[in-house]
Design a protein. Structure first.
Ligand code: 3PG
Length: 355
C-alpha cells in the first residue's frame, strides 16, 4: 500500500476519498462519531496540501439513508471549509455499487484525479467505491487504513507472548475461523458471550434458554485444546427476571446466561495483567439486557495493562466510547466485519487492490 504522503504534488488536485462514516444516526443526530473523528486526519492532510476532496461514503445498508447529519457532524468536528470538501451521495443509492460495476466505478473515477481508501471498515466489500475505482485511478491508503493494517498485523505477524485473545459476541459461524487461527497463534483464547454457550453446551453443560448456534462447526475437537478457556461461572436471568451467579454447569433449563461471573472475571483480569499482547473482539455478555458488567470491568483492567492492547472493533467499541476510554488502548479498530476478516485472512479486497 502506498501512503498518501507519497503523493508528490497535491496542489489543485481533486482527490476522491472513500471513508467509512457509517455511524449510528437517531432523530437526525449522529449518536457515535468515533469513525468520523478517525477519518479527519487524512482529509485535513489532503486539504492542507492544496487538494480538493470529494468524499464517497455509505450510510445504512440499502442507500436510502440521508447523509446530511453525518456531513453536519463532520464539519462541526473538522472545521474544514465547505469549498474544500464535498460530500458525494450515499454510494449505496447507486445501482452497481455492491456489484462492483465497471460503469459505476468509471463514474466515481471521473470525480477526481487520485483515489484514497481510508475506509478500512468497509474494505472487506468488493464494491465499486472500494475496489472498482482503485483499479482506474492512481490509488493510495489513507492514515486510518494504514493505522489499522499496522496495528492489527501485530497479532498475527510475530506476536509478542504471552498473547491473550478474548473473544465474545455472537455469530459463531463468522468467528470459528478466528478461534481456530488464534488457538495456534495465541497462548490463551478466552471465549465469552453467546459464543461460549455453544462451547458449554458441547461440553455437556445445560445452557437453558441462552442463545446458541445450532450447527456443530467441529466444536468437540476444539474443546480438547488446552489454550481454550471458557467461563467458570456465569450470571443467569431467571424467568421471573431475577439474576443469580452460578457455576457454568449449574444452569437450569428455564434460565438464560447473560454474562460471565466474578470468578471468571478475576481469572481473566490476572491474565490481562500478565500478558504482553491482548486482542479483544466482542462483548462477554448480553449487554443490552444488563450483562455488561464483566466486559466493563475487564476493559478497565485492560486500560491499566502493560502489554499491547488491541480492541478488534464491533460492539465492544460502542461500550468503550460510552465509557470514554477510547484513548487508553494501544489501538481501537474502527471495523466490525472487516476487522474479523482481516484478523483471519491477513488482508482484504480493498487493501489488495492498492498494492
Ligand atoms: C460497517 O458498519 O461495519 C461497515 O460500514 C460496513 O457496513 P456493511 O456491513 O453494511 O457493509
Amino acid at each position: 500500500m502506498q501512503s498518501i504522503k507519497k503523493i508528490k504534488n497535491l496542489k489543485g488536485k481533486k482527490v476522491v476519498v472513500r471513508v467509512d462514516f457509517n455511524v449510528p444516526v437517531k432523530d437526525g443526530k449522529v449518536e457515535d462519531n468515533f469513525r468520523i473523528k478517525k477519518g479527519i486526519p487524512t482529509i485535513e492532510y489532503l486539504v492542507k496540501n492544496g487538494a480538493k476532496v470529494i468524499i464517497l461514503m455509505h450510510l445504512g445498508k440499502d442507500g436510502s439513508s440521508d447523509i446530511t447529519p453525518v456531513i453536519k457532524e463532520f464539519f462541526r468536528l473538522s472545521k474544514l471549509s465547505k469549498d474544500k470538501v464535498e460530500f458525494y451521495k450515499n454510494v449505496r443509492s447507486f445501482k452497481g455499487e455492491e456489484e462492483n460495476s465497471k460503469e459505476l466505478s468509471k463514474g466515481f473515477a471521473k470525480l477526481g484525479d487520485i483515489y484514497v481508501n481510508d475506509a478500512f471498515s468497509v474494505s472487506h466489500r468488493a464494491h465499486a467505491s472500494v475496489v472498482g475505482i482503485a483499479k482506474i485511478l492512481p490509488s493510495y491508503a489513507g492514515f486510518q487504513l494504514e493505522e489499522e493494517v499496522k496495528n492489527l498485523s501485530m497479532v498475527f505477524d510475530k506476536p509478542k507472548h504471552p498473547f491473550l485473545f478474548i473473544l465474545g459476541g455472537a455469530k459463531f459461524s463468522t468467528k470459528m475461523p478466528l478461534i481456530k487461527k488464534y488457538l495456534k497463534l495465541a497462548d490463551s483464547v478466552f471465549v465469552g458471550g453467546a459464543l461460549a454457550n455453544d462451547f458449554l453446551k458441547a461440553n455437556g453443560c445445560e445452557v437453558g434458554m441462552s442463545l446458541t448456534d445450532t450447527e456443530g462447526y467441529g466444536i468437540d475437537k476444539l474443546l480438547k485444546n488446552k489454550k481454550l478457556l471458557l467461563p467458570i461461572d456465569v450470571l443467569v436471568q431467571k424467568k421471573d427476571g431475577t439474576k443469580e451467579i452460578k457455576n457454568s454447569h449449574q444452569v437450569l433449563k428455564d434460565e438464560t446466561i447473560i454474562d460471565i461471573g466474578p470468578q471468571s472475571v478475576e481469572y481473566l483480569n490476572g491474565l490481562v495483567k500478565s500478558s504482553k499482547l491482548i486482542l479483544w473482539n466482542g462483548p462477554l455478555g448480553k449487554y443490552e439486557d444488563g450483562g455488561d458488567l464483566a466486559t466493563k470491568i475487564i476493559l478497565k483492567e485492560m486500560t491499566k495493562a502493560r502489554g499491547i492492547t488491541i480492541i478488534g472493533g464491533g460492539d465492544t467499541v460502542a461500550l468503550i466510547s460510552d465509557m470514554k476510554i477510547e484513548n487508553k488502548f494501544t489501538f481501537v479498530s474502527t471495523g466490525g466485519g472487516a476487522t474479523l476478516d482481516f484478523l483471519s485472512s491477513g488482508t482484504l479486497p480493498g487493501i489488495k487492490v492498492l498494492k
